[in-house]
Design a protein around this ligand. Structure first.
Ligand SMILES: *[C@@H]1O[C@H](CO)[C@@H](O)[C@H](O)[C@H]1NC(C)=O
Ligand SMILES: *[C@@H]1O[C@H](CO)[C@@H](O)[C@H](O)[C@H]1NC(C)=O
Ligand SMILES: *[C@@H]1O[C@H](CO)[C@@H](O)[C@H](O)[C@H]1NC(C)=O
Length: 389
């Protein structure tokens, strides 16, 4: 017994000693890394870099956006960023008109004429000549989770019934005042990894979504003119790509195509508190031309080129989907309603229902996964031909 006790005690002394050494080493390493002069200098550089960026972001949003990030060895940002073009000066002649409105209206009017923004990141998706359908998904820089779930579910680049599907995400610069540099670094990393990001150097905001639309049309008309069809959607939609391809196979891509959940005879909102409020000076008392709900709709490449052409001489309008309708009317493009586009309302999780649809709006990344896996099962199980909603 005594022998065992002594042995136990030796073990205890030994482990205590070891623990002591480990703790001592940790203290030494941490202390070294905090107080070592070289590391202190490096940390200071990083802090200054962030500080500069923060100050620039919060105090001086200059007219001419500056993209010369302060770079240190530790935090190295991609130099894919182009220099900003000639500054677009704000037009203050709308100050009186917008005096009683929320600041975003003044901002919109002051910068409405600024439409030329540098392309910061470019997707490789349109280099391939064989693309049948381009999935163009509006996203915000910070929505990396939504992009990840789109990439691995309906947005997969694949061949569906012989048709090549490709994908791009359309981004501006993040609006968030903090950590914008970190978000930008993440987006650039994503772009390198997936090659599916198109980003322009304008500040993302609710009223700048129309600007994104026209910049997309421009980019498409220059880089993707050979692509026959485009599905334009938000990053919170589910798309049944199989059904979309099936539908498109009957169309001649040289013709016009503008299909979705169509709004006819809708009037601008005059409730000042509404997010969608449109003052009289922006749109008169007539209804909007018919337009497809912005959650998602289909366009032919030929139609996009026409839309781009007329948009050059059309003042930007803050509601992006209504703006598409305004341009379509001018370009004499008919909008067609299709019951498979559900940009409103709750859809129950019945795989047999999703099997029949083309697009559903307002879906979280988790729901996307769920629908995606349910649909796989639905392809195996027989659905009643009468399952409709
Ligand atoms: C500002 O906008 C007004 C109204 O559209 C226009 O008449 C004027 O020429 C603009 N001024 C500048 C400097 O662009
Ligand atoms: C749109 O983006 C431009 C460029 O970044 C910016 O100057 C303007 O304030 C933004 N407009 C709105 C309404 O946020
Ligand atoms: C572009 O639009 C202009 C009018 O804004 C029109 O005269 C011209 O024919 C259009 N071009 C194409 C290729 O649609």
């Amino acid at each position: 017994m005594a022998h065992w006790n002594k042995f136990d005690m030796n073990i205890t002394v030994l482990t205590r000693g070891l623990k002591g050494i480990v703790i001592f080493s940790i203290v030494l390493i941490v202390g070294f890394s905090i107080f070592h002069p070289i590391i202190v200098v490096k940390r200071k550089e990083i802090l200054i870099a962030y500080f500069n960026k923060f100050i620039w972001k919060s105090e001086a949003p200059s007219e001419q956006m500056s993209f010369s990030y302060v770079t240190t060895d530790a935090v190295s940002y991609n130099s894919t960023v182009e220099p900003a073009p000639v500054a677009c000066l704000p037009n203050s002649s709308f100050n009186v008109l917008t005096a009683d409105l929320r600041p975003i209206y003044k901002d919109f009017m002051m910068y409405r004429h600024c439409r030329d923004f540098p392309l910061l990141l470019k997707a490789s998706s349109c280099r391939e000549r064989d693309t049948f359908l381009l999935l163009a998904v509006k996203s915000l820089a910070e929505n990396a989770d939504r992009r990840a779930s789109v990439r691995s579910t309906w947005g997969q680049e694949r061949t569906v019934a012989g048709a090549r599907i490709r994908r791009v995400f359309l981004l501006g610069m993040t609006e968030s005042r903090i950590r914008s540099q970190a978000v930008q670094a993440m987006v650039e990393h994503e772009s390198e990894e997936h090659g599916d990001i198109v980003q322009w150097g304008f500040r993302e905001s609710f009223f700048n979504v129309t600007l994104k639309e026209t910049l997309f049309w421009k980019w498409f008309s220059e880089d993707c003119r050979a692509v026959p069809f485009v599905l334009k959607g938000d990053d919170d939609v589910f798309v049944n790509v199989e059904n979309v391809v099936e539908y498109l196979k009957d169309f001649n891509p040289a013709n016009d195509l503008y299909v979705g959940d169509v709004f006819r005879n809708w009037y601008p909102t005059r409730v000042a508190q509404s997010k969608y409020f449109i003052p009289l000076f922006l749109y008169g008392n007539e209804p909007y031309p018919p337009y497809a709900g912005g959650g998602g709709y289909l366009l032919s490449g030929a139609s996009i080129q026409k839309l781009y052409n007329v948009s050059k001489t059309e003042e930007l309008f803050p509601i992006d989907d209504a703006f598409v309708g305004i341009c379509a009317q001018r370009a004499k493009i008919e909008v067609t309603s299709h019951a498979g586009f559900r940009t409103y309302g709750n859809i129950p999780y019945d795989p047999c229902i999703y099997k029949e649809l083309m697009l559903v709006h307002r879906v979280t990344p988790n729901e996307l996964w769920l629908i995606w896996s349910l649909l796989k099962d639905a392809n195996k199980m027989p659905c009643s031909r009468f399952t409709k909603i």
